[in-house]
Design a protein around this ligand. Structure first.
Ligand code: GYE
Length: 326
């Protein structure tokens, strides 16, 4: 009896193995087809972006996803071209981080017509038709702006009487983080009429532009400037150089507030040159791979997936630095 059972089991097992192997060789449905993901990245404008790209590439490898990666060099036209090429290549899913918010309806309509799901990561689009994308994974940029504003509102309580003049370095014109970080900050500082934004200009999220624009601010307003609010760490780091070259002390003569929380910001805080950074996590890769697989498996995913983040003032920089992953 026992032998018979064993025999049967063995027979069934080997039959199954044979079948599996047979199908495997023929390249059947048994061999799981890797997911092909077309990803259009903004560019390589900042430390944040470099970490974001690394996260996406690593996560794709880990998840066994075949990644087709295109760098748009901060140009919307390049992203549109990349998306069209992904559609032509019939990838399974398209993900992208839109450089600016508007102007996507046509190309996203083309992806929809080709039945290729689109996932937004990091930055949002302002499309009225929400069916043009499945979900948006990324930070709440308005809240980040508010967090920067709240830090200053608190700090202002201990500052000398009189106006507190702020200069603002905006991110890329028309990008979701630039629009939202400006709005969130303005909303909060409105509570204290002493806080005045005297100048606001784009530094395109880069160190070089941040420095250049800060130099111009210093030339015209020099000693009047009390605070710099930069929409990302890279522009703040560029501006810090400009402040030093103008013979002033960043972090003291001019308070410096920025967003992202990259290692460079922690180094600047430990050197006493940056006062606070509001965290914005670029480590979106693992979540993107997970969501891409869920979407392709026909599961419903939330329309908005928000990243969890905190605020790091200079006082905690040295303690937090060893824990930073980007
Ligand atoms: O803050 C900045 C990058 O879209 C959140 O883009 C991202 C922003 C980030 O260049 O450093």
């Amino acid at each position: 009896m026992e032998t018979a059972m064993k025999m049967t089991r063995r027979t069934v097992l080997s039959a199954a193995l044979c079948l599996g192997l047979g199908f495997g060789i023929a390249g059947s449905a048994y061999a799981e087809k890797p997911v092909v993901l077309g990803f259009s990245q903004v560019g390589a404008e900042s430390e944040w972006r470099t970490a974001n790209t690394a996260s996406i590439k690593d996560a794709a490898k880990q998840a066994g996803v075949t990644l087709k990666f295109a760098d748009a060099q901060q140009k919307q036209e390049n992203q549109v071209k990349a998306i069209r090429s992904f559609i032509a290549q019939k990838v399974d899913v398209i993900a992208f981080s839109p450089v600016v918010e508007s102007g996507w309806d046509t190309v996203l309509g083309e992806a929809k017509a080709a039945k290729i799901p689109v996932i937004l990561t990091d930055r949002a689009v302002d499309a009225k038709d929400k069916s043009l994308y499945v979900t948006f994974i990324g930070s709440d940029f308005v809240e980040e702006g508010r967090r920067a504003g709240r830090w200053l509102l608190e700090r202002a309580k201990t500052m000398p009487a009189g106006d507190i003049n702020i200069v603002e370095l905006q991110g890329t014109v028309g990008s979701a983080p630039a629009i939202d970080r400006k709005a969130g900050f303005a909303e909060i500082i409105a509570a204290n009429p002493k806080l005045k934004v005297i100048r606001s200009q784009t530094g395109d999220f880069t160190r070089a532009k941040g420095k250049e624009v800060m130099e111009a601010f210093l030339k015209t307003d020099g000693k009047k400037i009390n605070v710099l609010y930069a929409h990302n760490d890279d522009m703040a780091i560029g501006a810090i150089q400009a402040i030093e070259e103008a013979g002033l002390k960043p972090g003291k003569d001019i308070l410096v507030i920025s967003i992202d929380g990259v290692k460079g910001a922690f180094e600047a805080m430990m050197a006493g040159k940056l006062n606070v950074t509001v965290e914005c996590s670029p480590l979106l890769g693992p979540q993107l791979m997970k969501v891409a697989k869920q979407v392709l498996a026909g599961e419903t995913v939330p329309k908005r997936i928000t990243t969890e983040e905190s605020v790091f003032p200079a006082e905690v920089a040295a303690k937090e630095f060893p824990n930073r992953k980007y």
